[in-house]
Write a protein that binds this ligand. Structure first.
Ligand code: 4NP
Length: 158
């Protein structure tokens, strides 16, 4: 099984959005028993909480349910368990590099490295902004999820 971990700061906006969108894509493609998805935050503030209501609404408008996701913090064993550890922004990326050992370094990537229709390198934090920011997150996440699945199909036998 290929294991993918999406990481942002709070694990209540961006990474749970990616988690739900990628789960939905895998379901459509009949790959739920081949790829395992999870998400986590670098910060501990929101442990146990459901995704932000604004993220849930923006996702629901595109047919994606996020209500089953509960926030957790990144832990050191994640670097052993997961094959892909995908950061939403450069700050998350730097924090992950600091937390991980050198052996896990090549698992950690910026999630938008997989985006095909955008040149953006970071998924902007929507937490302190308006509703539009949450839609932007979904646009970027949907694009990069497609590219990520392509990468998994290219580099692994699933
Ligand atoms: P996320 O967004 O990292 O996409 O989950 C945030 C959620 C909460 C906070 C910051 C960003 N916060 O400051 O509580």
């Amino acid at each position: 099984m290929i294991k993918v971990l999406f990481v942002c700061l709070g694990n209540i906006c961006r990474s749970p959005t990616a988690h739900g969108v990628f789960d939905a894509l895998l379901k459509r493609e009949g790959l739920t028993d081949k790829v395992l998805v999870d998400s986590a935050g670098t910060a501990a503030w929101h442990i146990g909480k459901a995704p932000d209501a604004r993220s849930q609404l923006a996702a629901k408008n595109r047919g994606v349910d996020l209500s089953y996701i509960a926030a957790r913090q990144v832990e050191s064993r994640d670097f052993d368990v997961f094959d892909y550890v995908l950061a939403m922004d450069k700050s998350n990326f730097e924090n992950l590099i600091e937390l991980s050992g050198p052996a896990s370094r090549n698992k950690i990537k910026l999630f938008l490295d997989y985006a095909k229709n955008s040149t953006a390198t970071e998924v902007p934090d929507p937490y302190y902004g308006g509703a539009k920011g949450f839609d932007t997150v979904l646009d970027l996440v949907e694009d990069a999820c497609e590219g990520l699945l392509e990468d998994i199909r290219t580099n692994h036998v699933i």
